[in-house]
Design a protein around this ligand. Structure first.
Ligand SMILES: Nc1ncnc2c1ncn2[C@@H]1O[C@H](COP(=O)(O)OP(=O)(O)OP(=O)(O)O)[C@@H](O)[C@H]1O
Length: 347
């Protein structure tokens, strides 16, 4: 093998943590080729050492190089200099207090296929009910075009600054960050790709979350840029998929679920919202949007069905537009859902 060939194979490979290509990080520190026996010795600098991802990378690269003609491959990993790493936003995110491995936070991304199925309502109420169970909870409203969490939770304040750190707003015992806090009035947000990623990054780098048991992310509906950003930024995040009982909604939601599975993210469970309408007088149930979507989706994704939430508005809208009180029927269903989530995530 020639050095040029080795470089062509290695240059486009990505650092598994900061997702920058080796050519960008100048990761390939040395390539030695023994002309007589085709043995290769390579030094590669990565952003993190001693991780399972590195063993995987070692295997993949060795296979590739052997297929290309090397008789034996030895790869040594060293660490990229801290000064260089600090320049990469992805590294700053990785080293932020919630993600640097010291905090024991469970990240829950709440996804749906279609809009309007109640994903934000579920996110807000699940967060409040986790907090009612004594958990320390935060929400990132990552539904960038349809941010609605602050409004739903009855937030009237804006986050404050402490030095250069952003202190999130706390409501119903939950810390909240949303794009809503950074737009004037109700102007539409027209950000795309990279700027979206920056926004998400800054919610990790600049916000003072303190210690959290759960950080919930309300994703935009579907399988777009933001969902992908969350999956790459938070490799350990778990997912909850919200659907209505309608067959089409469940089918579309299964795409969001499969995207999570394809990117190695566990699915904690499925939540069916707007499952039925129950008459207060006769207690008869009407299945307005059909039946079975949640069960079908849970089976399709091999995940538990965590709750079936009926139609109904919160009785006491003062407590925040969309938050159900503990003693109303839907409030109790949300409580059971929070218990199921705690059980499934073993916290
Ligand atoms: N169980 C329910 N019963 C009655 N109304 C509900 C229920 N769940 C949600 N809603 C209402 O349905 C509407 C859509 O809910 P929500 O905004 O939570 O959906 P979404 O899936 O987050 O939508 P998008 O992703 O488009 O922002 C809201 O007006 C909400 O109050």
């Amino acid at each position: 093998m020639k050095k040029q060939q080795v470089m062509t194979i290695l240059r486009p490979v990505q650092d598994p943590f900061i997702h920058k290509r080796f050519v960008e990080t100048d990761a390939i520190k040395s390539v030695e080729i023994d002309e007589d026996n085709g043995k290769l010795t390579i030094n590669i600098a990565l952003s993190k050492l001693n991780q399972p991802e590195n063993d995987q990378l070692n295997k993949e690269l060795t296979n590739k190089l052997m297929q290309a003609g090397a008789s034996e491959v030895t790869i040594h990993f060293t660490k990229l200099p801290e000064e260089q790493l600090k320049k990469y936003p992805q590294y700053q995110v990785m080293m932020s207090p919630l993600l640097n491995g010291e905090a024991d936070t469970t990240f829950l991304a709440i996804a749906s296929g279609k809009g309007g199925v109640g994903k934000s309502t579920v996110t807000a109420n699940l967060a409040v009910n986790l907090a009612r169970q004594g958990k320390r909870v935060g929400i990132i409203d990552a539904d960038i075009y349809g941010f609605s969490i602050p409004h739903m939770m009855g937030v009237t304040k804006k986050p404050t600054l402490q030095g250069n750190r952003i202190i999130p707003v706390e409501v119903h015992g939950v810390k909240v960050m949303s794009m809503d806090f950074f737009v004037e009035g109700n102007d539409p947000v027209i950000w795309r790709g990279p700027r979206l990623g920056k926004m998400l990054n800054s919610f990790f780098i600049e916000v003072e979350w303190g210690d959290l048991d759960y950080l919930l992310l309300d994703l935009p509906p579907g399988t777009g840029d933001m969902a992908l950003n969350v999956h790459t930024t938070l490799p350990s995040s778990k997912e909850i998929i919200v659907t209505t009982p309608h067959e089409t909604a469940a089918h579309v939601a299964s795409r969001a679920g499969k995207m999570a599975l394809n990117t190695q993210h566990d699915i904690v469970g499925v939540i069916e919202n707007m499952s039925y309408f129950e008459s207060q007088l006769t207690h008869e149930r009407e299945y307005i949007f059909g039946q079975g979507g949640g069960k079908w989706l849970a089976k399709e994704l091999n995940a538990p069905l965590l709750a079936e939430i009926p139609l109904g508005q919160p009785q006491n809208a003062q407590s925040g537009g969309s938050i159900y009180a503990e003693d109303e029927v839907i409030g109790m269903i949300y409580r059971q859902m929070a218990e199921a989530v705690i059980h499934e995530t073993r916290r």
